[in-house]
Write a new protein. Structure first.
Lengths: 156, 156, 156
């Protein structure tokens, strides 16, 4: 039996990456009560770091939206692990925090992070609608263009 | 019957703006258990974006404090919507995250975000005292000077 | 009777600083349910601000790791106050948010924040493993090199 969310992922041909493990004293996610806190995810794809550069200089808004979507795919991959593999246990995407590596003068961080927001609704429907903050930063680990972290609520 | 907090708002002549709706796949607030997560609010006033520029260059600390206060007014407006209109249901302002669009060399982000912190205590009294983080950023959506997000606790 | 965590602190010769009080309308920590939200802690030591400057310019990665560790010591000092002095009540370090004051081109924020992550595991063992986000910023209050905030879970 496949879960509803897994069926939707298949239906939309969305492939989740493997859930990467940080090589340090932090972990990809922590469950506390009904909440899951997922670590900031970067633009990792198949074990390779992509989208290294600044938005508004090295990447257009549209490219950066894809970068944000990739971060969100990694968030969902971690969330799946936090749910013991059953994404149907996700009751709500609660909050996303989006950090955009911004070239001087770039002020469309909100459009970039829409790439992550849109994926959440594509995958989880109305339960994917979330609170969020989107801000510019001058630098991110490995020089990536976008980092997104998240808080999620699971069914009890 | 007017609530206690609404009466205090009236008493202090504090007018909350309308609670703006984001035009995207995210929402202004999400309730999870007793917590409300409110999206990052910017310096919007009567549907217009104000305070576009950098603190320490385009705006003084005092002006930026007013910008932070405006963000906090928008947070409370969203919180009121999350409470079904009854701000007396707010048990505690839990955490504010303050992002200050900073000119090179500007290091008084904490003084700027006091504009948001002070409003919370003005409106909610001791229940308005909160944990917070205040950091500098090089850019914010629409080029605004300040963005503030928040976590709040409601009565059960 | 000394708690287990206090004994471990003594054993490892880790001295917690005094828990500093902000001189403003915010507070060092707020407890909501089982969660403690601790305000962003900077590189304060014995009432003095240390590590003022940018990582990758004024400080090496190794120096900045020590700065992050100092922020984490301050987090634990605040957490101890939130627990009424009994750190054995900490069930889990849930989430750290690390902000690194970064010189242009510096992209090793993750290595810097490891200084905070490592201390959490040194002090709390497996319960110290946490979700986290590490980002670069162009400026922090008082010009410090690192700021870290945190969410913790207490026993019921």
């Amino acid at each position: 039996m496949t879960g509803l969310i897994e069926a939707r992922l298949a239906d939309k041909n969305i492939q989740l990456p493997g859930a990467a493990s940080p090589a340090a004293n932090y972990v990809p996610w922590v469950v506390s009560g009904n909440l899951v806190f997922v670590s900031g995810q970067i633009t990792m794809e198949d074990g390779e770091i992509r989208y290294q550069g600044k938005v508004g200089e090295d990447y257009s808004v549209e490219e950066a939206r894809q970068a944000a979507r990739l971060c969100a795919l990694n968030l969902i991959a971690q969330l799946r692990a936090a749910c013991g593999g059953d994404l149907d246990r996700v009751r709500r995407v609660v909050k996303l925090g989006g950090f955009v590596n911004s070239a001087p003068g770039f002020t469309e961080q909100h459009l970039v992070i829409n790439g992550a927001s849109d994926l959440m609704v594509e995958v989880f429907g109305d339960a994917g609608r979330h609170a969020r903050a989107a801000v510019g930063v001058p630098a991110l680990p490995f020089g990536v263009a976008v980092e997104v972290d998240g808080v999620f609520e699971l069914t009890g």
